[in-house]
Design a protein around this ligand. Sequence first.
Ligand SMILES: Cc1ncc(COP(=O)(O)O)c(C=O)c1O
Length: 366
Amino acid sequence: MKMIEEAFATNWIAPLGPHVEAFERETAAFAGVKSALALASGTAALHLSAELLGIERGDVVICSSLTFAATIAPLYHKGVECVFADAEPESWNISPKALEAALADCDKRGKLPKAVIIVNLYGQSCDMEPILALCNRCGAPIIEDAAESLGALYKGKQTGGFGKFSVFSYNGNKIITTSGGGMLLSDDEGAMARARFLSQQARDPAPWYQHTTLGWNYRLSNILAGVGRGQMLHIAERVAARRRIFDRYAMELGDIPGISFMPEPEWSRSNRWLTVLTLDEPLSPLSVLEHLSGLNIESRPVWKPMHLQPVFEKARYFTHEDGRDVSAELFRRGLCLPSGSSLTESQQTRVIDAVKENLDRQNKKA
Ligand SMILES: Cc1ncc(COP(=O)(O)O)c(C=O)c1O
């Protein structure tokens, strides 16, 4: 509220202003990159990444299949060929083995990808070292979709600084929010100057409105940047709160036969944006979801992988190993529990009791 009041008091009610500049500076320092650009959404940041990489109709991009559609939507709209790679069971993120197979196939077809889009799912980093090695070998730039992983670490380093371009989202459901917003991050200051230009309607430096190209109106407002700055002061507490919620669910539900929780490899410190569980067959996550819904408790299925989406039914897809489709398995078996940072202990207890009740019933039937 203090920062919003400051925006009003100084009459900076615009898609630029001191909060925008400070939010960018503070976020770049947080992620350990040279430059950050505050935008209206994470999707806008993903779109600008594609523009900056010069991706055009007919180009190939490789993308992690297990994600939300916003990861790939800006590239789909550019008319690129989307090739999807499976998840690895260790982190649920892009499988280096599947990525290697996808790259080899691109090479064989003489169409190396213009970008590899990786996603830090549910607040957990990808295993960056093998991914960077593979992408560097074939010169494919990485777009790191860190929309869900603000505050998460890979080998002790913040996510959001591993891609040629990286993206945060401040959508209403994220660990911190500006009600809606995003950030583009990169060490390439030349490209970021271009991104700034494109995000502000591509106005040439002339005394009149002149355009050698056209751009977009993608900037974040000074008021919302104030909200973001205020929220960023509490990011460590939010991560700690979400991790506590995960630990409690895992402790209280972990002994139920057939239940597991999203793993955290030793190189990762997830922000546990969402607590996600998986159930062994024949236990049904949809049955849990419906039971919770009947008690007015919202839970969500795991993202439906892109290669299973009707819109991508013809896309190439590479699995983690022959005969094993990990992302399809996670979609079939997974469920996201309520995980908001402000969830009280008694609310958590309600969720835990409801999950236990449903799974006891399912286990008796099985
Ligand atoms: C993985 C992922 N990528 C991209 C986005 C898009 O971000 P935004 O909603 O800020 O456009 C989201 C969330 O909405 C997301 O979860």
